[in-house]
Structure formats: C-alpha cells, structure tokens
Design a binder for this molecule. Structure first.
Ligand code: GRF
Length: 218
C-alpha cells in the first residue's frame, strides 16, 4: 500500500466511472489508491458511491466563488492537503483554466466519450449517430488547456449499430469507459507511461491482433 499512487477523483454526476476506479483500486495488486473524491455538485450521486466505499469526500461548489481562479485555488489546496499525485476527471463538468492545467501538468487525466480528436465537447453520441459514423468509442487522455485535447493514453472502439439511438450507443461506450479508465490509471501508476513530444509512449505495449471492422455482415 505504501507505494500506491495517490489519486483524487473529481466528479459532477452519477459516478459510474468513479465506481470503476474504486473497483480497480480494491484489487490486491492495483498500484493506486483513491485518497479524495471532490464534487462541484452537492447532489452528485457519485458522492454516495464514494461514501459507500468509505472514501474521503468533499463538495467544492464553483458557484460559491467569485471567479474560476479562486475556485481552482481552493480545489488545488484541498488536493494538495490530501497528497494528491494524480487527478482523474470522471464526468467533472467544469472547464479548467490553463493555469490549473499547467500546474497539474501530466498529473491530470480525463475520460471522454468519443474517439478523440473526433467529437470533442458535449452530445458526442448524438453527433456520432447524426454523422453516420460506424465506429465510435472513448478516450482517456492527459489534460491540456484546450478542451478535450492532450496526449492520448487509452482508447476503446465499439461498432455503431443500425438501430442505435443515443442511449444504446452511450451505454455500449460507457461499458468500455469502465475498462479503459482503470487501465490508464494502472499504466500511469505502474510507471509505464512517458509523454514525449506530446505523444504517450507505453512500456511493454503489445500490438493488437483484433481490428474492429464495422459493419459486420452475415
Ligand atoms: C462519461 O460518459 C464520461 O466519459 C464523461 O462524462 C460521463 C460521466 O459519467 N466525461 P459517470 O458520472 O462516470 O457515470
């Protein structure tokens, strides 16, 4: 336990990715532990998930601050008080300033429900379906000042099916988010990741034998 990477998870809502990280950290050989869960929304269901897991939680509501910087100063102070070494944004619905992002450079990761750099921003599943895209997915990446940008750590792809709507596609992708977020955390916590010229290099990576082709025919 002593050498585990100390992770804080920032949330705003239901917390299913938080739950996936909690489950991963509960495994015997997992090299990270969650030391703090912070929500900017006091009604976030994820807070209940964190409390049920016995984690240390707090609410820091951005509405109580005069500007983004003062909100983020309070956030950073709390994160540092808890010895945070890595921040996981797990459905945290606030844009962070370049000052905060620079301060936590390569110590701040995010999960986004698209295959970045495609479909940055909100409503990714609706836009994916509207564009007739056949392969969709999710991405874990280091955070940079631009929205949904930064070195990509892990991605998972799923087929978009002819009868998909926003919600069926979202749930197929969400299941993969719950796979790649813990995977990315494990890679970082075990020291297998380097960022070189803004590209992630992973120690011991194997080449995948399984391309995903969509459509699949009978
Ligand atoms: C996920 O789809 C994640 O990719 C996006 O926000 C959603 C959060 O869901 N950034 P949850 O709160 O983890 O269930």
């Amino acid at each position: 336990m002593a050498d585990n990477l100390r992770v804080a998870v920032l949330i705003s809502g239901r917390g299913t990715n938080l739950q996936a990280l909690i489950d991963a950290c509960a495994k015997n050989d997992f090299p990270a532990e969650i030391v703090r869960v912070i929500s900017n929304n006091e009604d976030a269901f994820g807070l209940k998930i964190a409390q049920a897991a016995g984690l240390s939680t707090t609410v820091i509501n951005h509405r109580g601050f005069k500007n983004r910087t003062s909100f983020e100063e309070t956030l950073s102070a709390d994160l540092e008080e808890h010895g945070t070494e890595l921040i996981c944004l797990a459905g945290f619905m606030r844009l962070l300033t370049s000052g905060f992002v620079r301060y936590w450079h390569d110590r701040l990761i995010n999960i986004h429900p698209s295959l970045l750099p495609a479909f940055k921003g909100l409503n990714t599943h609706r836009r994916t379906i509207e564009e007739g895209v056949r392969v969709a997915g999710c991405t874990v990446h280091f955070v940079r000042a631009d929205m949904d940008a930064g070195p990509i750590i892990a991605q998972a792809a799923v087929a978009v099916l002819p009868d998909d709507d926003e919600s069926t596609l979202a749930s197929r992708i969400l299941a993969q988010e719950h796979v790649i977020f813990p995977l990315a955390l494990r890679l970082i916590a075990s020291g297998r990741i380097k960022v070189i010229n803004e590209i992630v290099q992973i120690d011991g990576e194997l080449t995948s034998p399984d391309p995903l082709v969509s459509p699949k025919l009978n």
